[in-house]
Design a protein around this ligand. Structure first.
Ligand SMILES: [Mn+2]
Length: 426
């Protein structure tokens, strides 16, 4: 199903006057505090988040999975779904593929389909946490860290294959997340596992084209519950440094122990020029992978405050690869992603409102109360009119979720694809 510009314009028309009033009220308020609304809106327009190919079906848990109906059964249909998201929001202009779940059969056709939906191919993701039927060796006891060189070689070759697939599509980065670790004390030699991982990553790194980046993700536990080889940002940072200039750490919001100060991690990595990518989700307990901003919106704002500071001050850090990494059991996956995109843009817009100069002055005067006031003044501003304006400017809908329901998109997808389709992937 394809949404036309006319349909979107017609939809926006209905609530345009209300929106314009809300936008002007906010604009007048911001002008008083010397904020340039046009600049902020333009930044929101430019913010693009990649959608992972595995987030388009209802996810699941190890206890079961329930199809939502009309789920995409092929890579073509996944790109079509992101096309819908992008037409409504104009902020989902990229797809992040997971190999081997999404290997194209016809590269030319897939590239054309993506281009016709204004979608580019962002980071490609390797998978050495599952055994594939074609694999000779098993990853049961680890992949890049495995004690067996044959198993490590197979995992290295898989990553090289992923790079080659991505290269044919125009991707420029590889994300490596390892499930490697141990479930019981004594099972692994920590030092050997880390040494093996480092040498495996170096081999992958040297096989990347010269304009590619490598993102190394970390996670403290799960599926291994005693130890993971890349447990935290420090380990990821160390490995990225060992690999070279184009290797970076990747922060996934769900990959931290409860109450970790993620904004400080972001800040440290950007200062060192080593934050490469960012995965959005939210969590209450662990790697819950639920809708961005559904549990801790203030934490998300504080993280964005550091990201914005870093983007403005740390020229040593590259542009970041943004991706939503969330998938769960019960919502319409497309509605869920739109809620996530909205939460991301709201937090970004709020962070852009922080008066950095005033904050620095307050910090220099040890005026702790004023520091908190400055942050919360931005956080408590309802920035939704700015986000809506950015969307309207770039040809999207004022309210994507309302439009999605008004156009009865899920109903159409179910009609086209059936009730019992299951998206490929997890
Ligand atoms: Mn992730």
């Amino acid at each position: 199903m394809i949404l036309s510009t006319e349909q979107i314009k017609e939809f926006n028309k209905k609530s345009l006057t209300d929106h314009q009033n809300e936008f002007e009220t906010l604009q007048n308020k911001l002008i008083k505090s010397e904020k340039n609304t046009q600049v902020i809106v333009k930044k929101i327009e430019d913010f693009q988040v990649a959608i992972p190919s595995w987030a388009l079906g209802a996810g699941g848990t190890r206890f079961g999975r329930f199809s939502y109906g009309g789920e995409p059964a092929s890579l073509e249909q996944k790109i079509a779904d992101i096309g819908i998201l992008n037409a409504l929001t104009r902020s989902a202009g990229a797809i992040s593929l997971h190999i081997p779940w999404d290997i194209p059969s016809d590269y030319k056709a897939i590239k054309e389909l993506a281009a016709s939906n204004d979608i580019i191919f962002d980071a490609v993701n390797s998978n050495t946490f599952q055994d594939q039927p074609s694999n000779k060796e098993s990853y049961k006891f680890g992949s890049l860290s495995n004690i067996s060189s044959a198993i490590r070689d197979q995992a290295i070759q898989h990553n090289i294959d992923v790079i080659n697939i991505g290269n044919k599509l125009g991707s420029k980065s590889l994300t490596v997340w390892l499930a490697d670790g141990s479930i019981f004390p004594g099972q692994n030699n920590f030092q050997l596992a880390l040494q093996n991982t480092e040498s495996s990553l170096k081999k992958i790194y040297t096989n990347m084209p010269h304009d590619w980046k490598m993102f190394i993700e970390y996670k403290p536990y799960e599926p291994n519950f005693y130890s993971t080889v890349i447990q935290d940002w420090g380990t990821s940072f160390m490995l990225a440094n060992a690999c070279g200039d184009r290797a970076y750490s990747l922060v996934d919001l769900g990959h931290h122990l409860p109450n970790t100060n993620i904004e400080q991690i972001v800040s440290t990595l950007m200062l060192k020029g080593k934050l490469g990518g960012f995965h959005f989700n939210d969590s209450k307990y662990g790697d819950d992978d639920i809708t961005v901003g559904s549990i801790k919106p203030y934490a998300l704002f504080l993280i964005f405050n550091e990201l914005v500071y870093g983007m403005q001050n740390n020229t040593q850090n590259p542009d970041l690869a943004w991706m939503i990494d969330a998938s769960h059991n019960i919502k319409d996956p497309l509605e869920d992603i739109m809620q996530s995109l909205e939460a991301i843009l709201i937090a970004y817009a709020q962070a852009l409102l922080v008066d950095q100069k005033k904050l620095k002055d307050a910090q220099m005067n040890n005026d702790v109360v004023l520091c908190q006031e400055i942050l919360q003044e931005a956080y408590r501003t309802d920035v939704r009119p700015l986000v809506a304006q950015a969307r309207i400017n770039s040809g999207g809908t004022k309210n994507p979720l309302q439009a999605y329901r008004k156009f009865e998109i899920r109903k159409t997808l179910i009609k086209e694809r059936g009730t019992h389709t299951l998206a490929t992937g997890l």
